[in-house]
Design a protein around this ligand. Structure first.
Ligand code: XMP
Length: 516
């Protein structure tokens, strides 16, 4: 069985980052709410306690039963995790009034502590806490300090039990990765055998066992997650998997045919349904963004359901749900635990059992699995695309003519991004691969222009391209002016109906990536 690290979540914004760091060490981990430690799981090799927005002195702060973990597993407390440890085991955590926030440097490091192997005095760490430890718990000793924080790191005299008040998981803790590696590999003894290949091997075996000869249906969106889920399932159960791809008419230029061609080349059993007429009819005259989304969401379910009914012996619905969608998150205000909810409400309606083979993977791991499955790179490194498609990039009402104009402009922009490369770390990389996501927005305004001797009165579009790592925050991409000039010229010259191009220079927050 796979070894795993358990990360108990006390509600910190960086808990997922701890998980990603552990996975980057080829070690499996699970992020669980602080009060859901899995008892009697033989695969657990260590426990990490996360940070929290709470102070240990808040009456509502999260507590755990240390008896379940202490003495059984190596433990690393991070920030609140370290302060809780101190508070519970006889030390003192006090409000310092001066919040310690930002960069600091280790002024003293005890190299007999395994966490600091290879970490030098002066190493930069990232602090973010209001309280501070003023006296260590019983049996603990200091192993690292900064100028302002005497007990920046501590360890138990005789147990593999550690605490750090800084955040090793964030980028600004420059040796943080090494410290976490020291814990996971040296202290917990990870064999580092979690990899895309080992995931595929064990998941294919599990899927065969779970599904037997049952028929499975899966809704493809053309995106990375559903595609990798499909190819993985196909490897496990072959033709017993039927994929359904619904064209709601709001896809990119030629996307419906390209996607079907790509999947057929991978050997998938795929049904393409052109339902664009239904969607255009239902969306006619609708301007409000949420109303558009609802119409498309419901329409999609109806079309998918009707198609799936034809596969009368199907028992399972597969989805490309990934780990960030499944992590139970702590609602700090109400202490409510939010659980994973199924996207789109399909399974409830269809009376099928749910199969989610990627539910343990982060996005970058999904891509790694796709590559290990031999999928073509253009499917794996595709930009995200919203479910309602171009409908939320046409501001105002939607008509087939507007969709067609936008498809043409979008195609010029995206192809341009693919074909324009710049040097990054000594390597030529396309602008497409340097951006998280890009697209064109059709604006509900017309403006005056001049073409030849003719006055024009046509539509304006905005180009949108962002850099991001998770779509939670994003910056507008600083695309070269020469590139923007070329794309603008090409769009205005080639796409009839557009005479003005703008570039969106808003970041998220406060804007969003999509305009609707
Ligand atoms: P925003 O606009 O909220 O978008 O910054 C964040 C990310 O989510 C995508 N997005 C959607 N994806 N259905 C989807 O499947 C939707 O309704 C939807 N709305 C936004 C967006 O493209 C970006 O990647």
């Amino acid at each position: 069985m796979a070894q795993k690290i358990i990360i108990l979540d006390f509600g910190s914004q960086t808990t997922q980052l701890i998980g990603r760091r552990v996975r980057e060490m080829n070690t499996f981990c699970e992020i669980l709410p602080y009060n859901k430690f899995p008892e009697n799981d033989p695969d657990v090799i260590g426990v990490i306690l996360s940070g929290s927005p709470y102070s240990v002195h808040d009456p509502d702060s999260f507590r755990i039963d240390f008896d379940k973990i202490r003495g059984r597993y190596p433990i690393l407390g991070i920030c609140y995790g370290a302060q809780l440890t101190t508070h519970v085991f006889g030390g003192k955590v006090e409000s310092t009034h001066a919040h310690e926030y930002g960069r600091a440097n280790l002024t003293a490091v005890d190299h007999t502590c395994p966490i600091f192997e290879g970490v030098e005095v002066g190493s930069q760490v990232w602090m973010s806490h209001g309280d501070s430890i003023t006296q260590l718990g019983e049996g603990f000793r200091a192993v690292g300090s900064t100028a302002d924080v005497q007990f920046a790191a501590f360890q138990h005299e005789s147990e593999p039990f550690f605490g750090v008040q800084f955040h090793p998981e964030v980028f600004h803790s420059l040796d943080g990765r090494r410290m976490l590696e020291n814990f996971v590999i040296k202290v917990c003894g990870s064999r580092q055998d979690w990899s895309a290949d080992s995931f595929i091997e064990s998941t294919v075996a599990e899927l065969r066992q779970q599904l037997g000869d049952d028929r499975v249906i899966l809704g493809l969106s053309g995106g990375v997650d559903s595609s990798v889920a499909a190819v993985l399932l196909h490897r496990a159960i072959g033709r017993n998997l039927t994929c359904i791809f619904v064209d709601h008419g709001m896809l990119r230029k030629n996307e419906f045919h390209n996607v079907i061609r790509d999947y057929e080349a991978l050997g998938l059993n795929i049904i393409g349904v052109d339902a664009s007429a239904k969607f255009f009819a239902e969306l006619s005259g609708v301007e409000e963004p949420e109303a558009k989304r609802k119409i498309i969401g419901k329409g999609f379910i109806d079309v998918f359901d009707a198609e799936a009914q034809k596969i009368t012996d199907a028992k399972w619905l597969a989805q490309g749900t990934i780990y960030p969608d499944c992590i139970e998150s702590l609602n700090i205000t109400g202490k409510v635990i939010k659980s994973h909810h199924n996207v789109g409400g399909l399974p409830e309606k269809m009376n099928l059992r749910l199969c989610e083979p990627l539910r343990w993977l982060f996005k970058d791991e999904v891509r790694g699995v796709g590559r290990a499955l031999g999928m073509p790179e253009h499917l794996i490194s595709r930009h995200p695309f919203p479910g309602p498609g171009l409908a939320v990039r046409i501001l105002g009402d939607i008509t087939p003519e507007k969709v067609q104009i936008l498809q043409e402009a979008d195609d010029i922009f995206i192809e341009g991004l693919r074909n324009w490369t710049t040097e990054v770390n000594g390597r030529e990389v396309s602008l497409y691969d340097q951006t998280w996501q890009a697209g064109v927005i059709l604006l509900p305004v017309r403006s005056v222009g001049v073409m030849g001797d003719e006055r024009t009165y046509e539509r304006a579009v905005a180009l949108r391209a962002v850099t991001s790592t998770d779509a939670m925050t994003a910056d507008w991409a600083h695309l070269p002016y020469e590139f923007l000039a070329k794309v603008s010229n090409e769009i205005i010259n080639k796409v009839k109906g557009i005479n003005r191009v703008c570039y969106d220079i808003s970041s998220k927050p406060p804007s969003t990536i999509e305009w609707e």
